[in-house]
Design a protein around this ligand. Structure first.
Ligand code: NAD
Ligand code: MLT
Length: 312
């Protein structure tokens, strides 16, 4: 029996070895398809493997008459219409742990870039401008980091921030006093965290409840001169409200890895010198990409050949 697997986003070649070595897997890699081309191509495939770029819409799922499993090589499944998949009995698997470390490291890198204005200073230097006055930063030591969403990545960020001698305070609906105490961090309501923090980093999934969690009202209760980091999902922070908050100097700076629309088409935020940004690179390390690809490949092989998976 042959199973047909379509990989529609670039995945680590080393990471898909479980698929390559399994018997009866016909692997097709087509990573430049437009949404229309993908809809015309999907029929007949048993499995679809994606990262965050492919939008697995209801329309696509309806055209996939043979599809049994969708593998998301990464954490967020917000690019997959889970309801449509469930209605058709298609199982969705992700790789929740494989890129935790990379995303946490990227968050810390972004926070340090923000605090010391490293990208801005490098940009000036590249333009042959030796300017030591415009790029005075702030130390992280003794500053308070507010972590909104203390799951896998948020918790790793908290541990690393303590290594920078920051005070950490977190909000997560599932955070208990015991866990906070064990981690040596403070905790509070979201309002308390937003009020207390010098730096705020968000690490929630993008859900209906977290869409624009950080909006105009949220900015209003923050400290003047607060700095914000988003390496989770575009849409958790209201970009228009952020733009206004930076313009008014309420927010001294923001470091963004993710955007409401990706690939980005509205570059207005990047016109502000207080913004540093990367194009969704949080999980873009050799290690993370191999790890997430291995995890979903193993799940796809397991499901197609035995009908079971580790997580779904
Ligand atoms: P996780 O599921 O381990 O943690 C998410 C946490 O958010 C949970 O503890 C949950 O209780 C909490 N949460 C849910 N609703 C909340 C709310 N309203 N307020 C506060 N907390 C809330 O997920 P994770 O692996 O830590 O991933 C976190 C985010 O990072 C996700 O959005 C994921 O897609 C994203 N991510 C981005 C990159 C990147 O490349 N930039 C890489 C990996 C993950
Ligand atoms: C994730 O949710 O895992 C990240 O956003 C990384 C990716 O898009 O692959």
């Amino acid at each position: 029996m042959t199973f047909h697997i379509l990989i529609s986003d670039p995945l680590s070649e080393d990471g898909i070895y479980p698929l390559r070595q399994a018997e009866g897997m016909n692997i097709v890699m087509e990573t430049n398809l437009t949404p229309e081309q993908l809809e015309n191509r999907i029929d007949g495939f048993d499995a679809l493997l994606v990262r965050s770029q492919t939008q697995v819409t209801r329309g696509l799922i309806e055209r996939a008459s043979n599809l049994k499993i969708i593998g998301r090589a990464g954490v967020g499944v917000d690019n997959i219409d889970l309801e449509a998949a469930t209605e058709k009995g298609i199982i969705v698997v992700n790789a929740p742990d494989g890129n935790t470390n990379s995303a946490a490291e990227h968050t810390i890198a972004m926070m340090m870039s923000l605090a010391r204005k490293i990208p801005q200073a490098f940009h000036a230097l590249r333009n042959q401008n030796w300017d030591r006055k415009s790029y005075v930063g702030v130390e992280l030591k003794n500053k308070t980091l507010g972590v909104v969403g203390l799951g896998r990545i948020g918790a790793e960020v908290a541990v690393r921030a303590k290594g920078q001698r920051m005070n950490v305070i977190a909000y997560d609906p599932f955070l208990t006093a015991e866990k906070a105490e064990k981690m040596g961090i403070g905790y509070g309501t979201i309002e308390e965290v937003l009020k207390a923090a010098d730096f705020i980093t968000v690490h929630t999934p993008l859900l209906k409840e977290t869409h624009h969690l950080i909006d105009k009202q949220a900015f209003e209760i923050m400290k003047d001169g607060v700095q914000i980091i988003n390496c989770a999902r575009g849409g958790i922070i209201d970009e228009n409200a952020l733009y206004e908050a930076v313009k008014s100097k309420k927010v001294a700076g923001a470091a963004l890895d993710v955007f409401e629309q990706e690939p980005m088409i509205d570059f207005r935020l990047l016109e502000l010198p207080e913004i540093v940004a990367t194009p969704h690179l949080g999980a873009s390390t050799v290690e993370a990409q191999e790890s997430v690809a291995v995890d979903v490949s193993m799940d796809v092989v397991s499901f197609l050949t035995t009908g079971t998976v580790r997580n779904s």
